[in-house]
Design a protein around this ligand. Structure first.
Ligand SMILES: Nc1ncnc2c1ncn2[C@@H]1O[C@H](COP(=O)(O)OP(=O)(O)OP(=O)(O)O)[C@@H](O)[C@H]1O
Ligand SMILES: Nc1ccn([C@@H]2O[C@H](COP(=O)(O)O)[C@@H](O)[C@H]2O)c(=O)n1
Length: 222
């Protein structure tokens, strides 16, 4: 008999707090954490560094299949591409935007599918992304859809980037995030949507700790 490794999926739009909450939950539970967006962002870095046209899907797929990614679960977590620390490079909105353009293509998503599923290891996994509950882990034990108003999400992202020393303009950032969300929702392949059976949490008026408490309630305080 095989025992299923439990998975909690947290999907939602940009800046809803998925990464923050997923990481905290994984730490509380002593489970693994998958930041699937970081995989798409790393591919965007790899494609840019190789001077490949993001529209050349065959070439992007080849990079996706061969890229050597390593995650280090430090605080903050670090990510290495072929030994190069790209943890800072993947954080820009430009990188998020390129990631979202290449993520719209089915063959690219297919090339990254197993890399994400490999994170499902004992004792459990908290997986953050856009299609965790719909495509990557459709049999997840618990599914959460975390959202917040577009205005709140843009302000959060603006504050986050400013704190990291980035020179960002709120109006421009709001437009870029709206454009990325629209692309993620409207694409034909694995669009961002509320998975069947997911519990919706709107974090617009909740603190990070309140969101974590709600998630723990949903999974029965495991
Ligand atoms: N409930 C909250 N209240 C206030 N700030 C929050 C809340 N949740 C998250 N934040 C802050 O918002 C910023 C974005 O959060 P986070 O990176 O977790 O979002 P995300 O959903 O993972 O976004 P993306 O999908 O674009 O990576 C962070 O600086 C985080 O600390
Ligand atoms: N499961 C996922 C995760 C991410 N993407 C795409 O990557 C972009 C960046 O993701 P972040 O969570 O790091 O902001 C995102 O906008 C999506 O286009 C995805 O398609 N599927």
């Amino acid at each position: 008999m095989t025992t299923k490794v439990p998975v909690i999926t947290i999907d939602g739009p940009s800046g809803a707090g998925k990464g923050t909450v997923s990481r905290a939950l994984a730490k509380k539970l002593g489970w693994h954490f998958l930041d699937s967006g970081a995989i798409y962002r790393s591919l965007a870095v790899a494609v840019t560094q190789a001077a490949i046209d993001p529209q050349d899907i065959d070439a992007v797929v080849r990079v996706a299949e061969s890229m050597d990614l390593r995650f280090e679960a430090n605080d903050p977590p670090r990510i290495f591409l072929g030994g190069q620390d790209i943890s800072h490079k993947i954080q820009t909105e430009d990188c998020g935007s390129t990631a979202s353009k290449i993520a719209a293509h089915g063959p690219v998503r297919q090339a990254l599918l197993q890399k994400q599923r490999d994170f499902q290891r004992e004792p459990g996994l908290v997986a953050d992304g856009r299609d965790m509950g719909t495509v990557v882990f459709p049999d997840a034990s618990y599914k959460i859809f975390l959202t917040a108003s577009a205005e709140v999400r843009a302000k959060r992202r603006h504050k986050q980037l400013k704190e990291k020393g980035a020179d960002v303009n709120l109006d421009r950032l709001t437009k870029e995030i709206e454009e990325r969300d629209r692309r993620d929702k409207e694409r034909a392949e694995a669009p961002l949507t509320v998975p069947d059976g997911a519990v919706l949490i709107d974090s617009s008026d909740l603190t990070i700790d309140q969101v974590i408490a709600r998630c723990l309630d949903i999974i029965g305080g495991r």
